[in-house]
Design a binder for this molecule. Structure first.
Ligand code: 5GP
Ligand code: ZN
Length: 112
């Protein structure tokens, strides 16, 4: 399958990994939007948040378990933001479910 993040999971495309377990991979974003910007993905290919269902939703729990571990290990006690972009209007550019974990700057709300 021609999926960028599946290729990062397989190692075909290199990435700077920062967390990995059986279900989840986290790696540094190539174009960081904050001093700390990590992409957290399920290893299994799901094209986006609009394709989550009762059969596959366990991966979302696994992603958020990983996010809590990453936050603790990286001393993000001041807070962080988790973002999912879905579809064209949501600004999704890679069609493999992923969550941006952003931290170490004051993140404005509402987002632009
Ligand atoms: P989206 O716009 O789909 O929500 O997020 C895709 C993210 O993947 C973007 O923040 C982009 O910088 C990041 N990205 C795209 N290609 C690569 C890559 O080859 N390596 C890494 N580490 N990040 C990438
Ligand atoms: Zn994929």
């Amino acid at each position: 399958m021609d999926c960028l993040f599946c290729k990062i999971v397989s190692g075909e495309i290199p990435s700077k990994k920062m967390f990995e377990n059986d279900d989840v991979l986290a790696f540094y974003d190539i174009d960081p939007q904050a001093p700390f910007h990590v992409i957290v993905i399920p290893k299994a290919h799901i094209s986006g948040a609009n394709k989550i269902n009762s059969e596959n939703s366990i991966v979302v729990a696994k992603v958020f378990e990983a996010i809590a571990i990453i936050a603790k290990e990286n001393n993000l006690e001041n807070g962080f933001r988790v973002v999912n972009n879905c579809g064209e209007d949501g600004g999704q550019t890679v069609n493999h479910l992923h969550f941006h974990l952003l931290a170490r700057r004051n993140l404005s709300w509402p987002p632009g």
